[in-house]
Design a binder for this molecule. Sequence first.
Ligand code: SAM
Length: 282
Amino acid sequence: MAHDAHHQSPEPEEPYEKALERLNRFQEPEARAAIADLGLTPGSRGLDVGCGVGLYALWLAEAVAPGGRVLGIERPVERVEAARQLVGARAPGRLEFRQGDATAIDAAAGTFDWVWCGDVLHHVQGTGAALKEFVRVARPGGRIIVKESQVMPAVFLPGHPEFERRMQAAEVERHREEAGGRSFPERRQRTLASMREAGLADVSLRTYLVQRRAPLDPAAREYIERVVFARNWGPRLSELLSPEDRRRRSALCDPASRECVLTLPDYYCLYSFCVFTATTPA
Ligand SMILES: C[S@@+](CC[C@H](N)C(=O)[O-])C[C@H]1O[C@@H](n2cnc3c(N)ncnc32)[C@H](O)[C@@H]1O
């Protein structure tokens, strides 16, 4: 990683699990509204593919109470453990976490009434293979729900649209290898087509807007300051930015800077996520 004399990270980078928890807490009110809008049947059984630190799995389990059950699967064992630690005890007997892979799910055909996959599908190289697995493990006539954030770019730097676009372009470049040559935004925007190509019926799309303005609540402030500005736009982007943009990033995003946008009385952010739903062939 290139050394960047202009960037002063407030603290060493947090573990990814902490960043995920902050993202989840930032989205929580709208996420819960989106889950409520799904009208999941109480008592139903669901799978959360790539469940991260488990907060969504918990909110899903709460939505199918009483009696409903949710299994969350994750690839790295540390993340399974993180989910167990954070929420494992919150819905006893109804919430479980195991290691698993989206493209080879260890479950019999027709096990689940619904499958949720939130902010994961754009990471999976075999999109079609994953969707095929979701269809296999869901019961006939079950539901496949794919959530993707930032299908359209967010606004975290109101008043600086060109600069923010350059930061977002650098982020895309940073992830292009992981995204298998395609960018994450491109993969996210292909979700609807991928679901239809997987043979799913009644594919629909609903978009939710996370809008926050000053004074920011702690969840929003911590997510923007620690995850967006310090982590996503921090040292990892340095070598992709011009010296002038590195200087500007420090001025606008570092909490110690007098020009930090988060101190402005008119600060706001806009961040959207899309929920794609479909039914499996009956
Ligand atoms: C951005 S996080 C989203 C986590 C969680 N769903 C949430 O909404 O907070 C993406 C997660 O997908 C997981 N993931 C990526 N590829 C996967 C795969 N093939 N099978 C299972 N999980 C996968 C990663 O380990 C990571 O935790």
